[in-house]
Design a protein around this ligand. Structure first.
Ligand code: RFL
Ligand code: PHB
Length: 402
């Protein structure tokens, strides 16, 4: 039964909304999630695959990490391919940290199971969701479901409804500043039940464009090639995809890659976006609702988790300690970390993709930077620190200038 009021109304049942709901529930704070799509649809979206150590720790803290710890793959390094050879970045040797390979679909699955187990309410297939009165002390949300209009009064609204959601769109344009770059290409990705070509991820910079070899498990692979924004998925047969991928890898990987039928194929545009601030009275944005990164650094899901970590703590402080310090500082705290991930994702995208407008000099400069990156411990360490995820207390990390 849908209650008439709750403490926190959460819009969106992606990883941000579900994780927030779980952390709040664990702290004894009521919440209801309202989601536009069906649960099956949410689970059918194939997206991220790399969890930073801090994201994995947060899933443990939320009590949903058991399967991730059992089935997730620990990766200690990544490989950069260019000039016909592969060069390893020793993430663990350089930072003492690793990443966990565990798909967003599985994270979402685990969060949905946990929510079901505690009897948490999620209203799926909610049409025309609208936040109201978030600049007052009595906010609410409304939506349509099964021919009825539903109203839910709340104390806070968490906008976890992604880039195209209603939360950010409800804020008057004069109150939000947007920073945006669209990249002149997309990623064509496929999922296949084949063993990975290498036991670590390969990011490849090639004349023909970027390619990425990733995985979901020892028997399931996720591969991407940079494509034109005009390309349509239907134009890409599996055979054409595998041929193109092989051309963009080093000879050893191209030779040994195992191919098979795709079980999913999609094209995603690449974008950098930040909307500032992330709080508007009693409406707080988290995850893709507030910012987007191009996927090259695998930061999207991890940034969503870090927003949720700050937001859950701020709301717990409000309800339990009667302090609004966390709510007041929420936007600035998140944005400091968000901009660092935006910078890294933009940099890694710029280094590895073929840009239509930078010409021969652009390619020479990329090659020089890649050579420097793999040849310099300082440069490799900077890359590794960002890839595994910057520490949360990021103003104090062993800076020689501190
Ligand atoms: P999500 O996952 O977009 O979830 C938002 C949820 O809100 C719902 N929604 C609404 N509900 C009610 N009313 C409305 N008006 C609503 N509008 C939307 C949506 O149906 C959805 O269920 O955002 P969240 O939770 O913040 O999570 C963020 C991550 O999903 C995202 O950062 C990553 O998946 C980004 N991303 C990737 N990140 C990586 O780290 N590696 C990747 O390989 C990677 N691939 C991707 C991606 C994002 C993609 N999108 C969004 C186009 C591939 C794609 C295609
Ligand atoms: C993925 O497995 O989907 C993936 C991995 C690493 C990235 C982006 C996507 O940088």
């Amino acid at each position: 039964m849908l209650p008439k009021r709750t403490q926190v109304a959460i819009i969106g049942a992606g990883p941000s909304g579900l994780l927030l709901g779980q952390l709040l529930h664990n702290a004894g704070i009521d919440n209801v999630i309202v989601e536009r799509r069906s649960g099956d649809y949410v689970l059918s979206r194939i997206r991220a695959g790399v969890l930073e150590q801090t994201t994995a720790d947060l899933l443990d803290e939320a009590g949903v990490g058991t399967r991730m710890r059992r089935e997730g793959l620990l990766h200690d390094g990544i490989e950069l391919a260019f000039g016909g050879a592969r060069h390893r970045i020793d993430l663990c040797g350089l930072t003492g940290k690793h990443v966990v390979i565990y798909g967003q679909t599985e994270v979402t699955h685990d969060l949905m199971d946990a929510r079901r187990a505690f009897g948490g309410i999620t209203a799926y297939e909610a049409a025309d969701v609208q936040p109201h009165g978030f600049d007052t002390a009595t906010p609410s949300i409304t939506w349509r479901q099964e021919g009825h209009t539903r109203t839910l009064a709340c104390e806070f609204i968490a906008g976890c409804d992604g880039y195209h959601g209603v939360s950010r769109a409800s804020i008057p344009a004069s109150s939000i500043t947007s920073y945006e770059r669209e990249y002149p290409f997309g990623w064509l990705g496929i999922l296949a039940d084949t063993p990975p070509v290498s036991h670590e991820l390969i990011y490849s910079n090639h004349e023909r464009g970027f390619a990425l070899c990733s995985m979901r498990s020892p028997t399931r692979t996720r591969y991407y090639v940079q494509c034109s924004l005009e390309d349509r998925v239907e134009q890409w047969s599996d055979e054409a995809f595998w041929d193109e991928l092989r051309r963009r890898l080093d000879p050893e990987a191209a030779e040994s890659i195992v191919i098979g039928p795709s079980i999913e194929k999609s094209i995603a545009p690449l974008r950098s976006f930040v909307g500032e601030p992330m709080r508007f009275g009693r409406l707080l944005l988290a995850g893709d609702a507030a910012h987007i990164v191009p996927p090259t650094g695998a930061k999207g899901l991890n940034l969503a988790a870090s927003d949720v970590r700050f937001l859950a703590r701020a709301l717990i402080e409000h309800f339990m300690d009667r302090s609004d310090a966390g709510i007041d500082g929420y936007s600035d705290t998140c944005l400091r970390r968000v901009w660092k991930a935006e910078r890294f994702s933009w940099w890694f995208t710029s280094l590895t993709h073929r840009f239509p407008d930078t010409g021969a000099i652009g390619r020479k400069l990329q090659r020089a930077e890649l050579d420097y990156l793999v040849g310099s411990k300082a440069a490799s360490t900077a890359m590794a620190e960002n890839y595994v995820g910057l520490p949360f207390e990021d103003t104090t990390y062993n800076s020689p200038f501190a």
